[in-house]
Design a protein around this ligand. Sequence first.
Ligand code: CP
Ligand code: NVA
Length: 311
Amino acid sequence: MNSFPKDLISIANLNQAQIIELVELAANLKANRKTHQKSLTGLTGGLLTTKPSLRTRLSFEIGLLELGAHSLFIRNDEVGLGVRESYEDVANVLSRYLSVLIVRSHDHKGLIDLAKHSTIPIINALTDEEHPCQALSDLLTIYEQFNRLKGVKLAYIGDGNNVCVSLMLASAIAGLEFTAITPTGTEPNKDTVNRASQLAKQNGTLAPNITNDPKAVLEADILYTDVWVSMGDEGKQKSKNIFQNYQINANLLNGKSIPVLHCLPAHKEEEISQEIFDKNKKLIFDQAENRLHMQKAILVKLLVENKSFDS
Ligand code: CP
Ligand code: NVA
């Protein structure tokens, strides 16, 4: 068995075999929601977030409960992560109380710091740089659509930030052909593109294609979009103008029927037209459901099957 890392901060913490194991386990947990129901008996998982969440918070909380663990929501306005108290001290204290800590925060480096100083697994529930749990569950959704991952052409259109970066890294490792279609100036950052290209090479995958041409959507097997203004970027509202040609709508698709994914929350008539959203509603809500099955798979792999970590 592949030994899983202690923490999941970036998709790049996982190798191809581990990603495939997670997708397979999540599919099994979806087929039989009651399997593993006692796997985490006696453990307590904490969820600490500095920004809002519907899917990530609830899918982790319900996932912990379904696996037999307790779930605690920790309010950051009381903890003051990195402000009232250092990441190091929070990590040391929570390692004495919890079996796993799931964190949503703007500060990606802060999460790396938490992981360094904690003895329990730290799971990234979204930072400004990555959303690994989202990308993993999206691989399950893509697998359900195509019955394979290798060679599937996935194109992301919109802001090349956290969700795009995790999909790009996940694709490089798992063998999807990834294209990021973004307005000039919002491309995924060069270091992560280089990292993805390296990972693609190691895994026998094509390097990611980065383009500013919205028409590149027509080459894809499946499309993906996300909000134009991410949490914490509200000050950049004005820059929405640069995305106007990057809306997924009937005009852009030019009569082609390409399935569309959206991590949600969606801003209809911004990144996606109401018409295209409605057409893909079942798929998009299946995608949201898959968050639950994948969070459970991640918890089982990190807490139960990882023999290097003694919970
Ligand atoms: N997709 C996603 O992460 O949703 P939430 O922000 O509601 O958790
Ligand atoms: N890019 C979005 C993703 C939300 C799940 C954000 O960071 O707000």
